[in-house]
Design a binder for this molecule. Structure first.
Ligand code: HEC
Length: 132
C-alpha cells in the first residue's frame, strides 16, 4: 500500500512537467525492501505470519491479540474465538462471509479492504486460535 501510494506520487510529479529523464522511483530510495512494511498477500513468505500482520493492523483493536475478544474496543463485545463454542458454531464459510460483509453493525466489513487470499489467511488464523 505504501509502495503503491508512493508510485502514485511519482506519477503525479511526472504529469506536472517533470524532466523527461526522471527515473523510476525505487523501493530502495526509501531504504526499504519492497513489501517490508506491507502485509500484502501477493508476496507472502509465509501465510501464517502474513495473516498475523493483517490481524495486527485490522482486527486486534476489537478482537485482541489472541482473538479472545479482549481488545481495547472490547466493549463492542466481539466473540471469544479461542472458545470451543465459537469454533463449533462457525464454519469457514461463515467466518469468511462475516469478514467480507461484516456482522451485526459492530463488526465492520472488510470486503473492500482485503483481497480474497487475505480473507482466507485470516480465516485459517481464526481456526488456529481454537487450537489453543
Ligand atoms: C470495530 C471492531 C471490530 C473490528 C475492527 C473487527 N471486528 Fe470482527 N467482530 C466485531 C464484533 C463486535 C463482532 C461480533 C458481531 C456479532 O456477532 O454481532 C465480530 C465478529 C467477528 C467474527 C464472527 C462473525 C460471525 O459470523 O459470528 C469474525 C470471524 C470476525 N469478527 C473477524 C474479524 C476479522 C478477521 C477482523 C479484521 C480483519 C475483524 N473481525 C475486525 C468487532 C470487530
Amino acid at each position: 500500500m505504501l509502495v503503491a501510494l508512493s508510485c502514485i506520487g511519482v506519477a503525479a510529479v511526472g504529469c506536472n512537467g517533470a524532466p523527461a529523464d526522471l527515473r523510476e522511483w525505487r523501493a530502495s530510495d526509501h531504504g526499504q525492501e519492497p513489501g517490508a512494511l506491507d502485509p500484502d498477500p501477493a508476496t507472502p513468505a509465509d501465510p501464517v505470519s502474513n495473516a498475523r500482520a493483517l490481524w495486527a493492523v485490522h482486527c486486534v483493536g476489537c478482537h485482541g491479540r489472541e482473538g479472545r475478544g479482549d481488545g481495547a474496543m472490547a466493549t463492542m463485545r466481539p466473540p471469544d474465538m479461542t472458545s470451543e463454542a465459537f469454533q463449533q458454531s462457525h464454519s469457514d464459510v461463515q467466518i469468511r462471509t462475516s469478514i467480507v460483509a461484516g456482522k451485526g453493525g459492530a463488526m465492520p466489513s472488510f470486503g473492500a479492504v482485503l483481497r480474497p487470499e487475505a480473507v482466507a489467511q485470516l480465516t485459517a488464523l481464526i481456526r488456529a486460535m481454537g487450537a489453543h
